[in-house]
Design a protein around this ligand. Structure first.
Ligand code: FAD
Length: 453
């Protein structure tokens, strides 16, 4: 266990009592450094260890689809933990209230939790820490290199964070310890919500409906194995071709922490596959993904246009009054009712499957910039739709991907064009030259909505 993966975020007087791990980003039992650290502390103190999760009544734009995926994965993790002698205590309500209440009820000695960069999660943590007078620690198991060690500042681009990450990977890209059964039982077990109550709550969330992605850590491992067996070899050349998707589709599992990037990276490195494909996949999984957490960690305005670099803000402002070729309402966009069947197909892929192909995500967001009256509105609309429909939405990758598409974050200036200014644009004809767009449109829209409504 590498000590630098964990850091203390609050100190207080020493207490004796169980060690509590508050899980909120990494919903898994294995390859979870906060949980490993919590167990290490519990063993040192000869105390029981328990895991808690507070299911908040609302989380950004999450709907039925995301709550359903989350709760099924969590239940599987709860069963695994209970089998290791680690009670899983589920609370329903606001974490800022539920976690301190449970910690007090247990008479806990220390609290350990997941590192997270999202504003709402940081706010929960501030409130929980404020309510408790004890030692609190956080561990980063989302990134292979802990975010605060990878870089002490907001990075400009992949090229600036890449050498830093590569320098640290030999230390961090290593097999983690296996979570062992915990030998000290918790004798007085506080109340935990029952799963029927959770499912009733999930059923009461508004649509969209669940998708075909099977939830949970076991399903994540199966999906990883299928990717290695059938698609990794073609990833290098094919990752930008939406009609023959060779992508891993692991982002929902990564988003809910049902599998770790570390586990995926170690498995990919071990796989017998084409070198270029492995490198190309690891570039996305490690460099791009950790760059996203770096952006949201160090940029308080990660979800609005104040995060754009000066050159990008200036060029968008210069073109603010350019006539837009089309202007669409939120409803037209949400229903995929634009003049562009390729865009409509991408929107419907997201609405129907909960996962849009990565190439189409860029096209989709850039067109929203082109078809709305301002970058501010484009950013807001992209975030709302992305967070509502994608299983992997509400993630630092999403906020960064949208800021990249609309505000040139981590990108450079390109040839100046109407509306976009020097922000990189993407066009229908450009997509047409890259893949058979009609195949993609047919696959996503069927025969009914291929062209102009
Ligand atoms: C406008 C826009 C919105 C996006 N929204 C999200 C989102 O809500 N959630 C999300 O996880 N990703 C988002 N991305 C990033 C990327 O498109 C997705 O991570 C990827 O398409 C997920 O599919 P996959 O797992 O099959 O990816 P693969 O191509 O198989 O890649 C493997 C993993 O690498 C990481 N990765 C790949 N591309 C990127 C990238 N550009 N930036 C950061 N990490 C990357 C992801 O964790 C992904 O699961 C967005 C990108 C854009 C341009």
């Amino acid at each position: 266990m590498i000590p630098s993966r964990t850091r203390q975020i609050k100190s207080g007087p020493q207490h004796s009592g169980p060690v509590v791990y508050w899980m909120h980003r990494e919903h898994r039992a294995q390859d979870n450094f906060a949980l490993l650290f919590a167990q290490q502390q519990a063993l040192l103190r000869k105390q029981p260890l328990c895991v808690t999760y507070a299911l908040a009544p609302a989380f950004l734009e999450a709907r039925h689809r995301q709550f359903s995926f989350l709760s099924a994965g969590l239940r599987e993790t709860a069963v695994e933990l209970e089998g290791l002698g680690i009670p899983f205590l589920l609370r329903m309500g606001l974490p800022a209230e539920e976690i301190p209440a449970l910690v007090r009820e247990l008479g806990a000695s220390i609290l350990v939790t997941d590192f997270d960069v999202l504003r709402l999660k940081r706010q929960w943590m501030v409130e929980v820490c404020r309510s408790l007078n004890m030692d609190v620690f956080e561990a980063d198991s989302r990134n292979i290199v802990p975010c605060w060690l990878a870089s002490p500042k907001k990075e400009y681009a992949a090229r600036t964070i890449r050498p830093k990450l590569h320098g640290l990977l030999p230390e961090y890209l290593v097999e983690p310890p296996v979570l062992a059964p915990h030998p000290i039982p918790l004798t007085e077990r506080p109340a935990s919500a029952n799963w029927d109550t959770v499912y009733r709550f999930v059923a009461s969330r508004p649509g969209p409906k669940p998708t075909r992605f099977a939830p949970g850590s076991k399903a994540a491992s199966i999906a990883l194995a299928a990717f290695l067996r059938t698609r990794l070899n073609r990833y290098g050349k094919g990752r930008n071709v939406p009609t023959d998707p060779v992508i891993s589709r692991l982002s929902p599992y990564l988003h809910f922490g049902q599998i770790s990037a570390l586990r995926i990276a170690l498995t990919v490195l071990d796989a017998n596959a084409d070198r270029d494909s492995k490198d190309s996949y690891l570039e996305e999984l490690i460099i791009r993904r950790e760059l996203s957490d770096n952006f949201c960690h160090y940029e308080p305005d990660y979800d609005n246009t104040d995060s754009f670099a000066d050159w990008a803000a200036a060029t968008l402002s210069k073109h603010a009054k350019d006539p837009r070729p089309h202007l669409y309402s939120d409803e037209q966009l949400e229903q995929g009712l634009t003049h562009d069947p390729l865009w409509n197909a991408a929107q419907m892929e997201m609405v129907n499957t909960g996962h849009m192909h990565g190439y189409m995500r860029m096209y989709w967001a850039k067109k929203i910039l082109e078809w709305t009256e301002s970058p501010e509105r484009a950013m807001r609309t992209c975030i709302e739709l992305n967070d509502r429909y994608q299983l992997d939405g509400r993630d630092s990758n999403g906020y960064t991907g949208i800021a990249w598409s609309i505000g040139g974050v981590h990108d450079r200036a390109w040839q100046e064009r109407p509306v976009f200014g020097k922000i990189r644009s993407m066009t229908y004809n450009g997509a047409k030259s890259k893949f058979k767009i009609q195949e993609y449109i047919d696959a996503q829209l069927g025969n009914s909505r291929k062209s102009l409504p």
